[in-house]
Design a binder for this molecule. Structure first.
Ligand code: SF4
Length: 286
């Protein structure tokens, strides 16, 4: 992945204070904007940033990008020429493009650069359909743009109901309560939305599950997709470090569930029942 890009000679990386810690901001020039995607339902992927400020401990993106997972969330590179590269790639393209497959397209830096928005403006004029995935209410900045198109859907990831529990696993992402309010706003504007409950996190997702489904129904969202936790080397160690699991026994219980296929399958089945009983469409990415 990294060899697709050449770093601009911008060695003096900028530091930005996002809430609780500084991160390194850099610039990249990319050679391509759309990459072929093997993810289900997507033909192409578009990621205006490399890296992600949200720093979720379960993120698989550093493994896809072959970058150090222990530093994930400490830096982000903006692909500053992506809008102009994209304009040359759209001709003749059809299908679905996923925006934000290895980064969050509405992480804090987007409020300054608008790279995602500039790409969206072009995508929504093309023959492509667009599927956005985010954890951020910054998406509301583009409410009017999104509401004008019938070719776009916005997925909002919600892995836990309790803001404090979610913060252990997604330390710099907006809390779930904000994400649900953003969903309500988008639904009220007629934008097609769905909730990604993924990955299913032991302890976090299963807490107050019935109430979480009710909350999602309240937003007006009609579709819920679930995905399992895809463990990678070192991931469980990072989960242990977040502090929610205070003693060895709770760490052992978390690991046993995280490693158990029957645990994730039974949680998926329970979710399917709750989602369908609530009148929503259930999808599985297992
Ligand atoms: S928001 Fe998505 S891309 Fe960003 S750290 Fe979390 S899981 Fe990874």
């Amino acid at each position: 992945m990294r060899d697709l890009f050449s770093y601009s000679v911008n060695a003096a990386l900028e530091h930005e204070q996002t809430g609780r810690r500084p991160i390194r901001i850099g610039e990249l020039t990319c050679r391509t904007a759309l990459s072929v995607s093997r993810l289900p339902g997507l033909n192409y992927a578009l990621n205006p940033y490399e890296g992600c400020e949200h720093a979720c401990v379960y993120c698989y993106a550093p493994y896809v990008l072959r970058t150090d997972p222990s530093e994930w969330g400490e830096w982000v590179n903006a692909k500053v020429n992506m809008p102009s590269i994209l304009s040359r790639e759209l001709k003749g393209k059809e299908g679905v493009v996923g925006v934000g497959t290895v980064t969050d397209p509405y992480q804090p830096i987007e409020a300054r650069t608008s790279l995602t928005r500039m790409c969206l403006e072009q995508l929504l004029r093309s023959k492509l359909r667009v599927s956005i995935l985010t954890k951020s209410d910054i998406v509301l900045r583009d409410l009017t743009l999104l509401a004008e198109s019938s070719k776009v859907e916005v997925g909002m990831t919600v892995t836990a109901r309790d803001d404090r529990i979610a913060a252990w696993f997604e330390p710099y992402a907006p809390p779930p309560s904000k994400r649900l309010r953003a969903l309500t706003r988008m639904n009220s504007e007629g934008i097609e939305t769905y909730v990604l409950m993924g990955p299913l996190i032991p302890i976090a997702t299963e807490a107050e599950l019935d109430k979480l489904i009710s909350d999602i129904v309240e937003t007006g969202t009609r579709r819920v997709m679930v995905d399992r936790l895809r463990l990678r080397p070192g991931m469980l160690d990072r989960v242990h470090n977040v502090g929610l699991l205070r003693d060895d026994e709770s760490k052992r219980q978390f690991d046993a569930k995280a490693l158990s296929h029957s645990y994730s399958s039974s949680l998926e089945l329970r979710l399917q029942e709750l989602v369908e009983n609530a009148g929503m469409v259930f999808e599985s990415a297992f």
